[in-house]
Design a protein around this ligand. Structure first.
Ligand SMILES: [Zn+2]
Ligand SMILES: [Zn+2]
Ligand SMILES: [Zn+2]
Length: 444
């Protein structure tokens, strides 16, 4: 290990210590107030953190290369069932995907059967740590903190209660999910998926050895990309190994109701349409099928990880979120084509460094330390953008819309109706300095 990697390992340890401290203090406080039940819950959260899968944890903190390691892999558990064939089924997904595909209410086809996820797996004596989070309405960073969130975003914006920048809590389903007892044969209709996940940039952060933030000094400075020296639009970029991203599934906006005792879970909008208050919480333990009176708590599902990121800022006006995402996905597709990178290996997000600035696009890959895709995009931005433009111009869908041959894919469903091929073409033309908007067929 070189020195930087030793640094990351120290910091990963500091992060764990700081989380355990948070919940140990809460436990002591609850115990001193004679709230023993609550104290026990906080004890269980500490157990969860202490007994985390080590390889998975180190992978998600960029200490171990993910390449070749099955990191952060969770299962939709079916082998508690006595159904023939259930034992042979291995339904594994990376947590980032699992929080969508295995989310309570989602259906999965395996061994010619349709399985429905009906709960989040919880081990005895353990409890999912709650992370309070809010998307800053100003800079779009996702702020999160174990237990309770700080008052202000890094950009200075207060993280208030209120409609925007709303505080919610996510849990990380580290032990996976549980399938319902009943299976069906898959019919004609595609399996239902609660695909409401979205990735956000959180921050550049390495906690110091006390677990405190020491962000600023560790962020690589931005540089001008010289391959765009002749362009009227400045292209700034930086590469960092310490980018934190978070994926959140907000259950189509309404979240999930989760039983903290047995793990039973369902989409929140389902439980609110049920009749009667008492009925609302009634459910069966997904493992034993016994009735459970555990009550239901409201959560989103989430996962966060540190990875290599490329940040690019194009100094031009990008008017809407739809336009930002149109450019982002165009560039991801362009990188895949120009640099021969599997498209499903690279992803993106955006945020604002500060108000009034152009948005910063964040690119990251699924195989940090192994593949170095992001570094290659960093070194080849111009050919990447060129390929992106050519690809968009080739497509035949309406320019005020988009399709699966240009900007849309399975993972960006949350923004499909706002992705516009023409808008991405126009922005790329501006970056290349050939923007006579309106005369180009793609820029009407
Ligand atoms: Zn902010
Ligand atoms: Zn329960
Ligand atoms: Zn298209």
């Amino acid at each position: 290990m070189n020195q930087t990697q030793e640094g990351i390992l120290d910091r990963a340890i500091a992060e764990v210590k700081s989380e355990i401290d948070t919940f140990s203090n809460l436990e002591q406080q609850a115990a001193s107030e004679k709230k023993y039940k609550q104290a026990e819950l906080f004890q269980q959260v500490q157990n969860q953190i202490r007994r985390r899968d080590l390889l998975g944890f180190l992978g998600s903190r960029n200490v171990l290369p993910k390449y070749g390691f099955p990191t952060d892999v969770v299962e939709l558990k079916t082998d508690h069932l006595t159904i023939d064939g259930a034992k042979d089924i291995a339904l594994d997904r990376d947590l980032r995907i699992a929080i969508s595909e295995f989310a309570p209410g989602s259906e999965v086809i395996a061994a010619k059967k349709l399985w429905v996820s009906t709960g989040i797996r919880r081990l005895p004596d353990r409890r999912w740590p709650p992370y309070e989070y809010a998307i800053c309405r100003n800079c779009k960073r996702l702020n999160f903190e174990a237990e309770s969130l700080h008052a202000y975003c890094e950009c200075g914006e207060p993280l208030n209660e209120g409609k925007q920048g709303k505080r919610t809590t996510f849990i990380v389903p580290e032990q996976g999910f549980v399938a319902a007892k009943e299976t069906r044969s898959p019919g004609e209709a595609a399996p239902q998926r609660i695909y409401a996940s979205r990735t956000y940039f959180a921050r550049y952060k390495l906690p110091d050895r006390q677990g405190n933030d020491s962000a600023a000094a560790e962020i690589a400075p931005e540089e001008l990309d010289e391959s765009f020296a002749d362009s009227p639009v400045q292209v700034w970029k930086r590469y960092s190994r310490y980018g934190w991203l978070a994926v959140v599934n907000d259950g189509m906006g309404s979240g999930f109701m989760v039983c903290p005792f047995c793990g039973y879970a369902e989409l929140a909008n389902r439980s609110t349409t049920r009749k009667g208050k008492k009925d609302r919480a009634a459910h069966r333990n997904p493992l034993t099928d016994r009735e459970c009176n555990g009550g239901l708590s409201h959560y989103h599902l989430g996962h966060f990880f540190m990875t290599d990121v490329l940040e690019t800022t194009f100094r031009l006006r990008i008017p809407t979120e739809g336009a930002i995402y149109s450019l982002l996905y165009a560039i991801l597709d362009g990188a895949s084509e120009a640099l021969d990178i599997q498209r499903s290996d690279i992803h993106g997000a955006y945020y604002y460094q500060s108000s009034g600035m152009s948005p910063s696009l964040i690119f990251y890959d699924d195989v940090p330390g192994g593949a170095g895709h992001v570094k290659r995009i960093y070194n080849n931005l111009r050919p990447t953008l060129k390929a992106a433009l050519a690809r968009l111009e080739r497509c035949e869908c309406g320019i005020e819309t988009s399709c699966y041959s240009c900007l849309r894919n399975y993972q960006n469903q949350f923004i499909h109706d706002k992705l516009q091929r023409g808008v991405a073409i126009e922005l790329l033309m501006q970056i290349f300095g050939k923007a006579d908007a309106g005369t180009h067929p793609g820029a009407a």
